[in-house]
Design a protein around this ligand. Structure first.
Ligand code: MF3
Ligand code: CO
Ligand code: CO
Length: 259
């Protein structure tokens, strides 16, 4: 995590916004293509190809030695799953985390979905709670609020529905670096932490588990899994704090989708 919270100029925000909207559009396109029967390496190939077509660089490739352009985390995998020869099956819970760099600036976004017909209400509940927690957190990302307000809102939303919040990974500032200060945990106390100001750009990214909050890292050195091997979910958006509130930059705008 790079030291110091950087406030971004409007020119910088424009470039970050471009990185973010491109990341959002590519992730949506990839999500549409993912089907039972494909290998996860195929998802990585799509990510690389879509980066090339959109003239952006994959943000994760080579980051601290990470070997792929996207993170694909399945079922009990929490984050940082490495695409490979695994074949996706009906009912798999798939988390995709994707980031790009455009003119030195980053954008970062993630989502989770069930392949095929979701028929386990605990899993659909987990996904709904984790996405709701992201939006509850986003609501608090306003001038005058504190980082702890975001964290507390996330934690409350997830725990109220009987799920647990992952501690080991956190949201983060971003800009010229994929990870900058401040850290934004998915758990914490209202009224604590750094005061939120216009010009801050950060990624909020709650991770929640069906069972224990504890995680461990597999022998590949990257893949984080739940200790009890219960299913995990992850949603992430990047936003900029404005004078009146915030703007979520990784949403797919009407203009970007052409609809
Ligand atoms: N995208 C992750 C995040 O949300 C970080 C991925 S790091 C990588 O912060 F090395 F796995 F790419
Ligand atoms: Co992130
Ligand atoms: Co991410």
């Amino acid at each position: 995590m790079l030291k110091g919270v950087f406030l971004k100029s409007p020119e910088e925000v424009q470039k970050i916004a471009r990185a973010c909207s491109t990341a959002g559009v590519i992730l949506a396109e990839i999500r549409e293509r993912v089907r039972p029967g494909i290998r996860t390496a195929q998802i990585d190939a799509w990510a690389r190809e879509l980066c090339r077509m959109n003239r952006v660089s994959p943000a994760f490739l080579g980051y601290r030695g990470y070997p792929s352009s996207i993170c694909v985390s399945i079922n009990e995998e929490v984050v940082h799953g490495i695409p490979g020869q695994r074949i996706l099956e009906e009912g798999d819970v798939v988390s995709l985390d994707f980031g790009v760099r455009y003119e030195e600036y980053y954008g970062d976004t993630a989502l989770t979905f069930v392949l095929g017909n979701p028929n386990d209400v605990r899993i659909t509940g987990l996904l709904e709670a984790t996405e709701a927690a992201l939006w509850k957190g986003i609501e608090k990302a306003k001038p005058g609020r504190r980082i702890g307000d975001i964290s507390a809102a996330i934690q409350k939303t997830i725990e109220a529905r009987g799920f647990s919040v992952v501690r080991e990974f956190v949201g983060h500032g971003l800009g010229k670096h994929l990870h900058e200060e401040p850290q934004i945990p998915g758990y914490g106390q209202e009224g604590t932490g750094l005061r939120i100001q216009p010009g801050m750009v950060f990624a909020i990214e709650p991770m929640a588990n069906l069972g224990t909050c504890n995680v461990e890292i597999l022998k590949d050195g990257w893949t984080a899994v739940t200790k009890d091997r219960s299913v995990s979910a992850h949603f992430e958006h990047t936003l900029v704090v404005t004078d009146g509130g915030n703007q979520v930059l990784t949403l797919i705008s009407a203009s970007a989708t052409g609809s």
